[in-house]
Structures are given as C-alpha cells and as structure tokens.
Design a protein around this ligand. Sequence first.
Ligand code: FMN
Length: 198
Amino acid sequence: MRKTASTTVPVHPLLAERWSPRGFDRAHELGDDALTALLEAARWAPSAQNSQPWRFLVTRRGEAAHDRLFAALTPGNQAWAGSASALVMVAARTAGDDGRPQPWALYDTGQAVAALVTQAQADGLSVHQMGGFDTAVVRTGFGLADTLTPVVVLAVGQAGSPAGLPEPLAAREAAPRTRRPVADLLLPAGPERQLVAA
Ligand SMILES: Cc1cc2nc3c(=O)[nH]c(=O)nc-3n(C[C@H](O)[C@H](O)[C@H](O)COP(=O)(O)O)c2cc1C
C-alpha cells in the first residue's frame, strides 16, 4: 500500500513515501545485516557535544525478550504490533553518571530514530513508533539504569496486508495521511509580532 504525502513542492521520496503501518508481514524476518544497517543509521545521527545518548533494546519475534517487551505495550498496540519482525525499545540517557540532566538527550534520541526510520524506508522496511507502552514495566523488566529514560518502542518489519486488522485499525490503515499546512507551522518573525498562541 502507498500513502504518499501530498506536498506543495516535491520532497525526497524517502520522506514522502514513509508512513506508519499496522499491518506487518508475519512471514518476514529481520536479518542481522538489515538490523545493523538501521542501528548504523541511528549511530551516525548528530547529537549535542556528540554525546550519543540513544540506546536500543532489540528484540525479534520469537525471542523471550520480545514477548516481555510486547507485554509492556498498551492493548491498542498489542492488537497489531506482534506481527512486526522486531520490537525495539529506544531509551535516552537523560542523566550523566553524576546525575546531572542531559537537556538535549530526548531531542538527540528522536533524531537518531528519524535516521533509523529513513534507513528502514530506503531498505524497503517500515517502522511504526509507539509511545503507548508501560515505561515502569520496561524499566524493571529489563533492569534499566536510572540514567536511562524509555522513550518509544519501534515496530520494525515489512508492511503487509491490513486484512487481519480489527476495526477501527483496518479503516485507519486505509485512510489518507494528513498534516497541517506549512503556514500553520510558521511563527511570525516580522515587526508586527505579538504574543504567539501555540
Ligand atoms: C513518539 C510517537 C509515539 C507514537 N505512539 C503511537 C502509538 O502508541 N500507537 C500507534 O498506533 N501509533 C503511534 N505513533 C504513530 C503516529 O500516530 C503516526 O506517526 C502519525 O499518526 C502520523 O502517521 P504517519 O507516521 O503514517 O505519517 C506514534 C508516533 C510517534 C512519533
């Protein structure tokens, strides 16, 4: 299925064609090289002072750790995410060893995920990011250090048929993707500027 972004001027196909499927091909397996390419893309993301605060907990379908990470997802995400080839929990190192906050860690980690997602798109894979998971379950279940903040779980795999999805997910899968127009994203920069509403 294609859900190409509608843009006023062309943007790179890797960006325009990316979307977040819920229908994944259960027969697809994520090989070591394919996985490594995703992690390399993330690894080379820019970060404040080259601090590289992103950490990845990789689990593949069929592994015990995958079952444990799956169990931490919200029921709404459990309804579809089990078909993906891998579930990857992304954490950010939001505090240093001395406990001092790392103010750019979440920003940097999001950037690393964006690079990973774009590499996946280039490799014919899809990624669906999920904030819907129990961070406390992940923290205790995988023994995360206090310096790490669980941020997101990625469902990674090959997009497949939406046929098995329950409603309303099947309808959502077929719906067009939407965005605010660019004009809505611009803050006034001229002399007429006033207090800007969010
Ligand atoms: C940080 C973050 C958290 C998200 N959490 C969920 C989630 O828990 N469940 C879900 O189905 N989609 C989730 N999404 C996917 C968004 O709903 C999706 O990216 C958005 O609707 C735009 O659709 P598109 O990615 O197909 O363009 C999340 C995306 C991001 C970036």
